[in-house]
Ligand binder design. Structure first.
Ligand SMILES: O=P(O)(O)OC[C@H]1O[C@H](O)[C@H](O)[C@@H](O)[C@@H]1O
Length: 279
């Protein structure tokens, strides 16, 4: 366990913590949701999209950044969409140079929805050109539980000039039509977005690169078997109250996900998954 070194925290107000690393990177993290809202590399460039219309504060699901999805991905179960971790108040446990650790444990509120004892630990490490978010789930109770999860990363990028490389040959489930999911094998070298995209790429183990004229980002993950790619495009974007109508042109979600096969943890067991972004 690293010690709390308050000097690495630049400021904290309204549950929003600003921190920087010695080599010049910067993050903002909200305790509401355990939510990374901003990651700026040492050159000052912001890489996470955050909606100017997002709600912040107690209970709000922040639109953008890296929402933590637990214990249910999307509407694949009876819980509120994407579970409750993104709406819960997390605790800052530790911080240091380029490091922050947050936790969320079960409470009266979570047990009303999900009657299990758990602890989530989010370890964020960042440096001049890298960001790593690692989520650990521990079953602290006496009975088993099952969950799905994701790091729902909104990458800031002009969508018209953006492509993802590394998904060729992956099996995927296209969920844009919620009444009729379609399966396929992704055949192309590049995934370019020119329509609504909502796909779960199964067992997508290879690193994916985001390519654009402005920057390339290497996106890799451990523990999370699947990769979700989401962009609402014009019609759906206009229906999402906390996104400006043209926001779909400014981001792509590339999500490290555990979706297709839910994970079961017995009493005392833990699971760990992470996503790494590298410029
Ligand atoms: O609007 P939200 O609840 O944040 O969900 C945003 C999106 O998250 C994921 O990417 C899902 O695959 C989408 O189906 C969903 O629309």
């Amino acid at each position: 366990m690293r010690l709390l070194i308050p000097s690495k925290i630049n400021s904290m107000s309204n549950n929003l913590i600003n921190a920087s690393s010695q080599d010049g990177a910067h993050i903002s993290v909200s305790l509401d949701g355990g939510h990374l809202c901003s990651w700026r590399t040492a050159d000052g460039v912001e890489h996470l999209y955050l909606s100017p219309l997002t709600k912040m504060g107690a209970g709000a699901a922040i639109r953008g950044g890296i929402p933590i999805i637990f214990p249910q991905f999307a509407s694949k179960g009876d819980l509120p969409k994407h579970g409750f971790a993104r709406n819960s108040l997390w605790r800052l446990c530790a911080s240091g140079d380029g490091f922050m650790q947050l936790t969320l444990s079960d409470s009266v509120e979570t047990r009303a929805l999900f009657p299990h004892a758990f602890t989530l630990t989010l370890n964020i490490t960042f440096s001049a050109r890298t960001l790593n978010a690692e989520l650990a789930v521990t079953n602290t109770g006496t009975d088993a539980f099952t969950f799905t999860s994701a790091l729902h990363t909104y990458l800031a990028t002009p969508i018209a000039d953006t492509a993802l490389r590394g998904l060729q040959g992956c099996r995927y489930i296209d969920t844009t039509d919620k009444t009729c999911e379609r399966n396929g094998i992704f055949e192309d070298t590049l995934l370019q977005v020119n329509n609504e995209v909502d796909s779960v790429f199964l067992q997508a183990d290879k690193a994916v690169e985001l390519l654009s004229p402005q920057k390339n980002i290497a996106i890799s993950k451990t523990g999370f078997p699947d990769l979700v790619v989401w962009n609402p495009w014009q019609t759906l974007c206009a229906q999402i109250a906390d996104l400006p109508d043209d926001a779909y042109q400014q981001f792509i979600c590339v999500e490290a996900a555990l979706v297709a096969v839910p994970m079961t943890l017995l009493a005392g067991e833990s699971w760990v998954g992470s996503q790494r972004l590298e410029m």
